[in-house]
Structures are given as C-alpha cells and as structure tokens.
Design a protein around this ligand. Structure first.
Ligand code: CTP
Ligand code: MG
Length: 227
C-alpha cells in the first residue's frame, strides 16, 4: 500500500543547544535529517516526501538532498513558529494523498516494518499512531507533591509516525486552524473531532533526538544495527 509522508524539519533544536538546527548534526558522519529521509527514500511504498523547512535553510537542505541522492522530496514548504504550523503548511501542499504519515524529521531510527504496520492500520481504521508502553512508575505531581499514582497499564508514550486517511487529517488540520487550536500531535487534532484514533506498538529505538544524551543513544543504535 502506497503512502505519502510529511516531515516537519523546521525546528530550531533549542534543547539540543547546538546553536543551529539539530537535524544538521551528524551521526556516523551523516546528518540526522538524511538518516530520516533515507528510510523513506528506500521504502518503495513511499510515493512522496513533503519536507517543511525554515526558509533560510531551504537552500542548504536542497544541497543535502542532491549530495545524498534523495529524490522523493516533492516540495519544501515554509515551516512555521510551531511544529503544527510546519505540518499544516505541508498538508496544504499534498495532492490527492490517500494515506499520509506525519513523522518527526528528528526520529531517524524509524523502521520500514513499523511504517508498514501503521500504513495498513490507517487504511483499515482511518487514524493510527505509533507508541510504546511506559516503563517507569507514573505519578501525577502538583507543587512538588505526589497527588496520584497513575495506573501504568493504560499509559503509552506517543511517537511518530502518525498515519491517517488523508481526508481525516485534512479535516482535522483545517478545523484546528479555524479554531486556532494548538495540539501537541496530529492525533490530538483528530481526537477533538470525535474520531477514534488507534495505536500501533512501536519500538523504544524510535527516539526523538532532543538532547545531547540522545546522540549517544543514537550512535549506540547505529552500532547495534550496522556494526
Ligand atoms: N519542527 C518544525 N517546526 C517547528 C518546530 C519543530 O518543523 N516550528 C520539527 C523539528 O524540526 C523536529 C520535529 O518538529 O523534526 C519535532 O520537534 P522537536 O523535537 O521539538 O524539535 P525542535 O523544535 O527543533 O527542538 P526544540 O523543541 O528543542 O527547540
Ligand atoms: Mg520543539
């Protein structure tokens, strides 16, 4: 089953503190952004990539696409102030999408089998997101004091990809824009329309490179996968 993917890549990487977009940092001498793009480039089910970028980084990113022979990028729309704005700018560009995934460019360790599980589930169910079960005991804290120990068996840590039948995503994104609603992921925009969102169990490997420690974790994952 074919799909398109939206990759928001227009962040600043403040928590990484590299002084520039963290996606240009390298793992095994290759930019994080390219690691992510290569997964989709190599997946024959992926038809097209819609990459949201900062206008001032567009030219540099285009040069990387040439250097690393990434051919599936259909457009590089301007990102916005929030991740949601960056995703929306791509949603407006996608042409007759059927199944569309949204995936953080900062999650380079996503694998094709997980992508395909999501695509198949989205085709059947409409809206489905990747996640993993929480490992630690979870407590709700207010003013430094535990107010509740939450039942961990129902708690999941949510990742991307998030996969949708495109009309569902489009409707949710347009409604959020109209209502000026800011969510923390795409599923939240779909949930608020009353649409059921399903989960697919993903992998703990699928980390979002956010802080310095994640780079160490990233190098370790690559060592384990490719030696
Ligand atoms: N992103 C985006 N547009 C924004 C903010 C984020 O396209 N205005 C993208 C990032 O480039 C990243 C993904 O959304 O691929 C997940 O965001 P996050 O991990 O928070 O990255 P940053 O926003 O760059 O990092 P930070 O929050 O630490 O500044
Ligand atoms: Mg951010």
């Amino acid at each position: 089953k074919q799909y398109d993917v939206i990759l928001p890549a227009a962040g600043s990487g403040k928590r990484m503190g590299a002084g520039h977009n963290k996606l240009f940092l390298e793992l095994r001498e290759k930019p994080i952004l390219i690691h992510t793009l290569e997964v989709f480039e190599q997946d024959s089910a992926c038809k097209g990539i819609w990459l949201a970028v900062k206008p001032e980084e567009r030219e540099y990113i285009q040069s990387l696409l040439v250097k690393y022979n990434i051919k599936k990028v259909k457009a590089l729309p301007d990102g916005g102030a929030e991740r949601q704005d960056s995703v929306y700018s791509c949603v407006k560009k996608v042409e007759d999408g059927e199944i569309v995934l949204v995936h953080d460019a900062a999650r380079p360790f996503i694998t094709i089998p997980v992508i395909h599980k999501l695509v198949e589930a989205a085709e059947e169910k409409g809206a489905v997101i990747a996640g993993v079960r929480t490992k630690d005991t979870m407590k709700k804290v207010e003013n430094g004091v535990i107010v509740e120990t939450v039942d961990r068996s129902n708690l999941w840590m949510i990742q991307t990809p998030q996969a949708f039948q495109f009309t569902i995503l489009q409707e949710a994104e347009n409604a959020a824009e109209k209502d000026q609603f800011l969510g923390t992921d795409e599923a939240m925009l779909v949930e608020r329309l009353g649409q059921v969102v399903h989960i697919v169990e993903s992998s703990y490997d699928n980390v979002k490179i956010t802080t310095k420690e994640d780079l160490i974790f990233g190098e370790a994952i690559l060592s384990q996968r490719i030696g």
